[in-house]
Every structure is written in structure tokens, then in C-alpha cells.
Design a protein around this ligand. Structure first.
Ligand SMILES: Cc1cc2nc3c(=O)[nH]c(=O)nc-3n(C[C@H](O)[C@H](O)[C@H](O)COP(=O)(O)OP(=O)(O)OC[C@H]3O[C@@H](n4cnc5c(N)ncnc54)[C@H](O)[C@@H]3O)c2cc1C
Length: 415
């Protein structure tokens, strides 16, 4: 009987297990997860769950019966600590060794910490259910919440905290929020959404220290400003969770580097989700390879990696994974949706609405070709752009498309 091990009991890992079973794999599947929880969904952690509107049961990725049907062996609350691809063995932090015929790595990301971040109460990061529960319990009406880092997670947490009546300040080192993800113009417009809702957004500032004895009291900036704080959220991004693979011989470069089929080199080792770096053929002309930290990507890659692993085990043909990445983010009443790869170095054209009004759509082009379409509360313009993005549409053709689709309807014929 063949034996598949999945490392990372979360979104990509669960989708991989489901695909293995739905494809008819009847061998053993072991799911190893560092967290003690059954798989849950992360997007609500900065939104409905943090707001106190959803409970733990609601963030579960699947109902217990559905997971039971998969007939998996669960090893939860224990991290994988080493991999020997020649011997096809995996070492766990509790000393156990697992053997495998096929392996799927879906270990996601670990939150980054500030270099001088003290270990005192009131300082939070937000990646896991445990993080979100601890943070939720401290965001009370009137609490002074300081968010360090204006990325998506920090901004979503800021919006949720503000909605719960906290007094929120966001600190960002660059000149606008979300610059790396979306560029300065769009990032500044999202920052303005927060300011309109009463969040203080301070850009171009450096945090010198987070201060307090047993509990946080304030954040000091390099210009000497001191911002009082009851709660600090450090939202400075994640690093792919690859430390455990350092001696494995797999190629690690801001993620596990794979081929287009999501194979890491050894022929039955596949990777999916936030931890994967792979060449996405649809964007090969602008990015040699990419790592994507979005929900849809992790779900799709989990399924794809499982399908290709079965092909590898059965010596049948594998297929490359190429896709137009998609993400969404909810901040106050702004629903951000984005298809493609927005970047700070792109030419940005606003093709509908006006960023100042908080409702707009922008397209991004690199090397004169469309690379992303991002809308704020503009779902009808974003989602139909997938075809444009998967066919290397030039900037001119994309602009013409948006002129067409946003043109006002012709006046009714004169009576
Ligand atoms: C608060 C929050 C809000 C988000 N909101 C959105 C959103 O609105 N839209 C969107 O598109 N995306 C959103 N995302 C991103 C999305 O949730 C991730 O892209 C997705 O969860 C990635 O799934 P994954 O399975 O690759 O990794 P993860 O979900 O990170 O799961 C990896 C699992 O592997 C485990 N693990 C790590 N190392 C080991 C090891 N050595 N051994 C065993 N297990 C290990 C981890 O504990 C974890 O449980 C959000 C993420 C967060 C944190």
C-alpha cells in the first residue's frame, strides 16, 4: 500500500488530501500539522473572527464529518523538523520518523518579528487562530491599538479594531500603505479609506522601540515621537516556513523552488501554497518565478500538487500549474479584489471611478503588457478581466477594453 505524507494541516494540505481521495487514492495519508487545531480558514482571522462575529466552529475549514471521511492519520501539534529525500523519511519534532512514497509540503508562512521586539504582554502578530483569539480578547472599546506595518493583514486588523471602537494608529515605514503589493498611488488611496474612517495612518516613519515592562505601554519612533499603546500588532509580513528544510537539499530561495509541475526535485516531492516558489508560465515574461500568499492560490495548488503527485507515483503525465493569481481584502466598506500581479514598478492606469471617492478600478502594466487589474468595490470590472490577463494583453488593448466596458450606455433613441 502506498503511503503519502502531507506536511501542513491547513488549506493547501487539506485540498491536497481531498484531491488524493477524490482521485481514487486508497493508500495511507498522514497529515502532519504544527498547530494543534484541525484545519481552519485564515481570512476570517483578521475580519469576522477578530470582530467577534464568528466563533471557532465557523472558521473551521471543513465539518468534522467531511474530514473523517477522508480517512487520514492526523499528527497535530507536532512540527516536521527534517527531511531526507534519499531515504524518503520525515523527522518530527517529537523524535518520530515517518516514511513516505509521496510527500506534499504545504507549510505556509511564519510571521516576521521586528529585530528588537520584546516578549511582553500586549504585543501581537496575526497568523494563527491562537494569535487571533489572543488579539480579539484585547481589542476592547477605547483600547489604544498601534499597528506596525500597513500591509493587508495589518490594515484589515486596523479596520476591524476601529470598528470595535478601538483608537487605532497605523505606522508604515514607506511613504504609503501597501506599496510593495500595489504601488504608491493605490496604496495611498487605501490609506485614505482608513483615514476617512478615523484611523490615524502615519507613513514614512521608523519604529525605534516598543516599550513597557511586563506589558506594552508605547511605541517610540526614530524621530522621538512616543505613541501610547495598550495593544501593538506587528504586521510586517511572513517568511515561507522552510527552516525545517534547511538540510534537506531542496532548493530554498524565499520559498521551496519547484518546477512548473510543482515538483521540488525528488520525483515524488511536491509543494503547494504560500511556501511554494514556481515558474508561472502566464507571467514568465515579467517574473521568472513567483511565490503567492493568497487563499485561492493555496487551494488550487494543493489540488494540483496532489494530482501531479499521483501522476508521479503512477508514472503518468503531469501538468504544469499556471494561473492568474487572485486575492481579495475587506477593509471598512472597501472590498478590494485583484487579479494578476500588481507591483510597485508597474505603470498604473485608473480605468474607472476615482481613488478619492473610495471606489475605483486600476490596471497595472509592466513591459507594456497588462499584469494586474485591481478594483475597490468594482467586482464587475475585475473578475471579467481574467481572460485579458491570461493572454498577455498589451497596455493599449487593455485600456481600449476598459474604455469600452465603462462607456455610458447610448441614450435611448429620440421618440
Ligand atoms: C489573518 C489572515 C487573513 C487573510 N486574509 C486573506 C484574504 O482576505 N484573501 C486572501 O486571498 N488571502 C488571505 N490570507 C492568506 C491566506 O489565508 C493564505 O494564503 C493561505 O492560508 C495559505 O495557505 P497554506 O495552506 O499555503 O498555508 P497556511 O494556511 O499558512 O498553513 C500552513 C500550515 O502548516 C503548518 N506548519 C508550518 N511549518 C510546519 C512544520 N514544520 N511541520 C508541520 N506543520 C507546519 C502551519 O502551522 C500551518 O498550520 C490571509 C491570511 C491571514 C493570516
Amino acid at each position: 500500500m502506498q503511503n503519502i505524507v502531507i506536511v501542513g494541516a491547513s488549506l493547501a494540505g487539506t485540498r491536497a488530501a481531498e484531491t488524493l481521495r477524490s482521485s481514487g487514492f486508497t493508500g495511507a495519508i498522514t497529515m502532519v500539522g504544527a498547530e494543534a487545531h484541525m484545519p481552519y480558514d485564515r481570512p476570517p482571522l483578521s475580519k469576522n473572527y477578530l470582530a467577534g462575529d464568528w466563533d471557532e466552529e465557523r472558521v473551521a475549514l471543513r465539518k468534522p464529518e467531511a474530514l473523517e471521511e477522508l480517512n487520514l492519520t492526523w499528527k497535530l501539534g507536532v512540527a516536521a523538523s527534517g527531511l531526507d529525500t534519499a531515504a524518503k523519511t520525515l523527522t518530527l519534532a517529537n523524535g518520530e520518523t515517518l516514511t513516505y512514497d509521496g510527500l506534499i509540503i504545504a507549510t505556509g508562512g511564519d510571521v516576521r518579528r521586528l529585530p528588537n521586539q520584546p516578549d511582553i504582554a500586549g504585543i501581537h502578530t496575526l497568523r494563527t487562530l491562537a494569535d487571533a483569539t489572543a488579539l480579539r480578547d484585547e481589542i476592547t472599546e477605547g483600547a489604544r491599538v498601534v499597528v506596525i506595518g500597513a500591509g493587508f493583514i495589518g490594515l484589515e486588523a486596523a479596520a476591524t479594531a476601529k470598528k470595535r471602537g478601538a483608537d487605532v494608529t497605523v505606522l508604515e515605514g514607506l511613504e504609503a500603505p501597501l506599496i510593495r503589493a500595489m504601488g504608491a498611488e493605490t496604496g495611498a488611496a487605501i490609506g485614505a479609506v482608513h483615514e476617512r474612517n478615523g484611523v490615524v495612518v502615519r507613513c514614512d516613519v521608523q519604529v525605534a522601540s516598543i516599550d513597557g515592562d511586563s506589558r506594552v505601554k508605547s511605541v517610540t519612533l526614530s524621530n522621538g515621537d512616543v505613541i501610547p499603546a495598550d495593544v501593538v500588532i506587528v504586521g510586517i509580513g511572513v517568511s515561507p516556513a522552510t527552516t525545517w528544510l534547511e538540510k534537506s537539499g531542496l532548493t530554498l530561495r524565499d520559498g521551496v523552488v519547484c518546477n512548473a509541475n510543482l515538483c521540488a526535485g525528488p520525483e515524488t516531492v511536491f509543494v503547494a501554497g504560500d511556501v511554494l516558489r514556481w515558474p508561472n508560465a502566464l507571467f514568465a515574461d515579467v517574473e521568472a518565478d513567483m511565490r503567492v500568499e493568497h487563499w485561492t492560490n493555496a487551494a488550487e495548488q494543493g489540488a494540483h500538487a496532489a494530482t501531479n503527485l499521483l501522476a508521479a507515483l503512477n508514472s503518468t503525465e503531469q501538468t504544469p500549474y499556471s494561473a492568474v493569481p487572485f486575492f481579495w481584502s475587506d477593509q471598512f466598506d472597501a472590498r478590494i479584489q485583484c487579479l494578476g500581479r500588481p507591483s510597485a514598478n508597474a505603470v498604473v492606469d485608473v480605468v474607472a471611478g476615482n481613488p478619492a471617492d473610495g471606489k475605483w478600478c486600476a490596471m497595472y502594466s509592466v513591459k507594456n503588457r497588462l499584469t494586474a487589474v485591481l478594483g475597490v468595490s468594482q467586482p464587475k470590472l475585475v473578475m471579467p478581466s481574467r481572460a485579458l490577463l491570461s493572454t498577455h494583453t498589451s497596455r493599449e488593448d487593455a485600456l481600449a477594453h476598459f474604455v469600452r466596458v465603462t462607456a455610458p450606455p447610448p441614450p435611448p433613441p429620440a421618440a
